[in-house]
Ligand binder design. Sequence first.
Ligand code: ADP
Ligand code: MG
Length: 328
Amino acid sequence: SETIAKIAAGEVVTRPASVVTELIENSLDAGATRIDVTVDGNGTERIRVADDGEGMSEDDAALAVDRHTTSKLDGPDGVDAVDTLGFRGEALPSMASVATLDVTTNDGGPRGTRVRVENGQKRVDPAGRAVGTTVEVRDLFHNRPARRKSLAATRTEFGRISDVVTRYALANPHTRFSLTHDGRETFKTTGTGYTDAVLGAYGRDVAGQSTEFDHRTTVEFDEREHALEIEGLLVYPSITRAQHTHVHTAVNGRALRDEVIRKATVRGYGNLLSNNRFPIAVVAVSLSPALVDANVHPAKARVTFRTESAVADAVETAVNDALTTADL
Ligand code: ADP
Ligand code: MG
């Protein structure tokens, strides 16, 4: 119902940056290799995310904006075993309840589809579109004056959006990202790996003093061995002028702030961090969905490892080994 959608909207769509988070996650779930984010003003005017993912059929697109339709839950273990980023089918309907929503998509058929939801009214039309999906959210919180008032100035809200795009770009270095604000491109990556993503986020000097790493191991859980892959990029701390710790963490492709990984990474740097030196690092952990509980927070910004100390030890070892053997 409309009421339920509004309650959900309060949890999922709290500010323009959360719209961007949800749309990027959808694009990644759709297998996009390219994600272009466009923002006007503080994001309430317009947010557009265009991808080259698998797209949707007309029927699926029409359903996607309805509450609790998700193509990502299969089988009784669905929520626990989820390996895609979104899985509750709440993001698009939540946006539709507080904004004008346009979804233009094509899954490879002869023509595409545009679904528009405006003031709760949905209409579906044919539309031209290459394979992929564009979601445009306009007039965000037009019917939520208090929420709108609570937003910060453009600079701050766009800063949050920029932060989200940067974090996802670092966590997904093989996807091309761009961010355009009021017609000006402010950030881009080429999708060619961690070094390039760090270059986009921190510049050439920092990227030049870094090492990519990739560490595979196993952890034991429930009397079974599970594969664990830790990869990313470590910047040698002596040359950075970082004023605080920048450890970008990701779990199974989702950019999120994870304290277990962050602390283990800092431990892995060890005494390289003496003399007030701070690390810049990207550390992405991939592991069996059976080892992660991703459903602990409505905004999905956190996960819990079912085998926390094993993950922490593996990250610390991976970081320490990579820094010890790096030719910096
Ligand atoms: P969830 O991601 O939790 O499934 P959403 O409301 O975010 O819920 O999206 C609903 C559905 O719409 C998704 O399950 C997916 O099938 C489809 N969808 C949304 N965005 C995209 C996209 N960019 N590309 C392809 N399909 C999409
Ligand atoms: Mg989603």
